[in-house]
Write a protein that binds this ligand. Structure first.
Ligand code: PEP
Length: 247
């Protein structure tokens, strides 16, 4: 079965109540067959989810704690995100791995927590510039995939995003051939763990400086099933052409 592409937006620590106008414009303008997910800051999830109900835009969190509840000041559980109306959650974003020291084991536990709450986990992997320069891109991505993607992953509960750290927010992207190399590798690595049939179903997103100007060529690369988009997801005017490119 052909994989439905996904255009997912990661708003990071951006957005106030007034930003709902961008969501409204996205809901009004999104056409085509791609799945659309917006991950606003946690403060906006409930309002966005209420606004997006019965629309084609799904709402996600940007992180979750592995536990369902407890003494974890400042953290949010996957159950809380689901309760607020989220259907997805990003785990293992490189900014979380770098800023909060999240290990592959921690990311794996968060993905399992997402499933426990009925959320789709968007699990991020990607090499730093020094790892790429050292020729270790596939080594890093392979280790993160095996360490971060739990054995219970299915195409229905998991989306994987390849996000080279050096391409995030920099305006730099790998060549199309480099993206293809990593995505082909990820598909093969998943096949070796889950079997070819199961691996064929996983959506593998590319993330890192996706813009309206480069989305179509990136999404046309084999084994690229859409994008995880930061900066260019904040304005509907930028994100709508990316949604169209994924359709
Ligand atoms: C991201 O943070 O997931 C991302 C891909 O950011 P940007 O599109 O701004 O590079």
């Amino acid at each position: 079965m052909p994989r439905v592409k996904i255009a997912a937006g990661n708003w990071k620590m951006n957005g106030l109540a007034g930003s709902v106008s961008e969501l409204d414009a996205l809901i009004a303008g999104a056409a085509g067959g791609a799945e659309v997910v917006i991950c606003p800051p946690a403060t906006l999830i409930a309002a966005f989810a209420a606004r997006a109900r019965d629309s084609r835009v799904a709402i996600g969190g940007q992180d979750c704690h592995a536990a369902a509840s407890g003494a974890h000041t400042g953290d949010l559980s996957a159950e809380m995100l689901a309760d607020a109306g989220a259907s997805h959650v990003i785990v293992g974003h490189s900014e979380r791995r770098a800023d909060h020291g999240e290990s592959d084991a921690a990311v794996r536990a968060k993905a399992e927590a997402a499933w426990r709450a009925g959320l789709v986990a968007i699990i991020c992997v990607g090499e730093t510039e020094s790892s790429r320069d050292a020729g270790d891109t596939l080594g890093v991505v392979g280790r993160q995939l095996r360490g971060s993607v739990p054995g219970g992953a299915t195409a229905a509960n998991t989306v994987i995003a390849y996000e080279p750290v050096w391409a995030i927010g920099t305006g730099r992207t790998p060549t199309l051939a480099e993206i293809a190399e990593v995505h082909d590798f990820m598909r093969a690595d998943l096949a070796s763990r889950f079997g070819t049939g199961a691996a064929d179903g996983f959506r593998l997103l590319y993330g890192g400086s996706v813009k309206p100007t480069n989305a179509a060529e990136i999404f046309a690369v084999g084994n690229v099933d859409g994008g995880l988009v930061g900066g260019a997801s904040l304005k509907a005017g930028d994100f709508l052409p990316i949604v169209a490119a994924a359709s």
